[in-house]
Design a protein around this ligand. Structure first.
Ligand SMILES: O=C(O)CCC(=O)C(=O)O
Length: 301
């Protein structure tokens, strides 16, 4: 099946990302959004370790066992500002209702949740896109998740590229990002630096800390560090999009999203693919690890 036109493929190659409006029908989007909201509503805070999804911008990257062992589970990660800080005398406590405290839910939705399974691993159009991109011979799906970007507290996603976080040698990650609601600058839509995938080297990677606790970044010994001030560069483009849009994200393209300061939610569903064919290596240093029971899932049948 040919899903992408030659001009879309050209744009993908030149920009390193591609918006495909109306990729999913309003009925498909409603089914995913209803399911995302149902998962939020059934979140039980009892016994939850209050793991927040923190990035370097929060001063520390998330990396407890609840996060590190989430490849084969459906787990809930909170907004850092949804809890009060713990003190020696008082444990951290939730400041908003549980369903509104969630930053993201992951990372095995594509496998364990029937609705998201249907729109990922069982979806002929998604398979068609992966075939048309022709970047990977044997795409493997990993890190499937809902990102909620909650009204008023949904945090910033700092400027990054995805192959730093889902590192393979050579880099091969591609993000599939699906808007379940309309996304604008006011509720935290994505922004891209078009063409940055051509110059940004993957010079560091996000790994499990060899000390055994948490996560860290390491430099890749043979890759010259990027010296560019990506954030300060001209040419960033805000990618407003309607619900139902599929956004394809090259693993090297620089992108980010601002906080959601509005009263509107910004639910999205996303998953990534890496090359599973021989010659590309995903190793045991990476923060997200497949298990024998749940390897990264092949997309092609
Ligand atoms: O949804 C967002 O705001 C950020 C998502 C993102 O950066 C990613 O999936 O790589």
């Amino acid at each position: 099946m040919n899903v992408l036109t030659p001009s879309q493929l050209e744009q993908w190659k030149s920009d390193g990302y591609l918006l495909l409006p109306s990729f999913f029908s309003p009925e498909d989007v409603k089914e995913m959004l209803d399911e995302a909201k149902r998962l939020c509503d059934e979140f039980d805070i009892e016994g939850h370790p209050l793991t927040a999804f923190k990035t370097a911008a929060d001063g520390e990257h998330v990396g407890d066992d609840y996060f590190l062992n989430s490849n084969d589970k459906i787990r809930y990660f909170l907004e850092p500002t949804a809890t009060s800080p713990a003190t020696p005398d008082t444990p951290a406590k939730l400041l908003v209702p549980p369903s509104q405290s969630i930053n993201k839910i992951g990372h095995a939705l594509a496998v364990l949740n029937p609705i998201f399974h249907k729109y990922t691993l069982e979806n002929e159009k998604i398979r068609g896109v992966a075939r048309d991109l022709d970047e990977q011979r044997d795409p493997r799906v990993l890190q499937s998740m809902i990102i909620c970007k909650q009204p008023r507290i949904g945090g910033t996603v700092p400027c990054h590229n995805d192959s730093t976080f889902l590192y393979t040698d050579p880099p091969s990650a591609i993000g599939f990002w699906i808007a379940l609601e309309d996304c604008q600058p006011s509720n935290g839509c994505l922004s891209f630096l078009p063409g940055s995938h051509k110059t940004a080297r993957i010079s560091s990677r996000f790994i499990r800390n060899p000390s055994g606790k948490g996560t860290t970044f390491i430099d890749l010994p043979d890759v010259k560090k990027n010296e560019e001030d990506w954030e300060g560069m001209e040419g960033w483009r805000e990618s407003d999009c309607k619900a139902g849009t599929l956004v394809l994200i090259h693993g090297s393209v620089m992108h980010k999203s601002p906080p959601n300061l509005s009263d509107k939610t910004r639910f999205i569903y996303t998953f990534h693919m890496i090359e599973g064919a021989e010659g590309t290596k995903y190793d045991e240093k990476n923060w997200l690890q497949p298990t024998p029971e749940m390897p990264f899932q092949p997309l092609f049948k």
